[in-house]
Design a protein around this ligand. Sequence first.
Ligand SMILES: [Zn+2]
Ligand SMILES: [Zn+2]
Ligand SMILES: [Zn+2]
Length: 352
Amino acid sequence: MRFRKSEGRALNIVCDPIEIFFLKWSDFVEHLGRVINRFIHQYSGISMFYGPKRIIFWMVFCLSPIWGWCQVELHVLGVTQDAGLPQLGCVKSCCVHDGKPRERILVVSLGITQSDPKKGVLIEAAPDINLQWQQFTKINREIEPSSVFITHAHMGHYSGLLQLGREARNTKGVAVYGHPTLTEFLQRDQPWKQLVTLKNITPDPISMGSLKTIGELTITPIQVPHRDEISATYAYLIKGPSKTALFLPDIDKWEKWDLSIDSLVRSVDYAFLDATFFDETELPGRNLKEIPHPTVRETMERAKSWPMSVRQKVYLIHFNHTNPLLQKESAAYRTVIDFGFQVAAIGNIISL
Ligand SMILES: [Zn+2]
Ligand SMILES: [Zn+2]
Ligand SMILES: [Zn+2]
């Protein structure tokens, strides 16, 4: 007996157990469809589950996991400056609430997934890499990252490499890309040298002007002026099959750079930019000349002449614990959003 749902099911006598199964399954799908339809209709006024739209919806619904696997996606895994939040020794309201340390906000890091999960990329080895590695592996179909790109040798950007060593994950040959001064330092000085000797990591220098292709991704380094005590500093241009993102978490000042941030932002689709300090009042007692960064106010001043479509490409990131942009309720946060910039948050996903 053929199953014909629309022809007065109550009049049919069904004995075949397979048919009973399909009837029940069909009822379940229909019921689920109606519930979702009611929900969508309530909020958008669109009715999805009648006529051909219904078939299209279920096709998209069933194929969406496969579609997701085919995408190149950039995931924000951390947003704070090198020391994270709460910061050691800080007892101000930025780090302490009701006498207790505030919940940790992880240090800046990005993860990139693509259709081949064996080519998962981590950008930065932050001090919070243990949590970020785990999170990345989860979104990368349970496959761990095979390479790490590092911008420079300041605490928040490379110290997480220690977690790949013998005392911790004991990885095998994770490729570590960076400026030649960074990879030389890792090969020369302990405790990094041991990671190289034990083949936990394989440092691989990328020089200016060259690029690295990993699956569907092309990553190009751009040198930026920044306190180069241990290594020089790179920003990275991350190019996927359809979009390009600039990742530039640390720079001393825009004016010190021989490249123009204005034209660089215009040339990409997304720009993750240094937003360490909102303004110069944040660190009383510290000489900001020793730790120069363009403040968010300075960057906004520069971007005044940019059209809204260009400003909207900017995702501010690398926030010091004192930066009011870490609080969504702050006036600074509102000002930045009204200006057209985005404030990067852990969990942001961008399709490249
Ligand atoms: Zn930094
Ligand atoms: Zn603090
Ligand atoms: Zn730095």
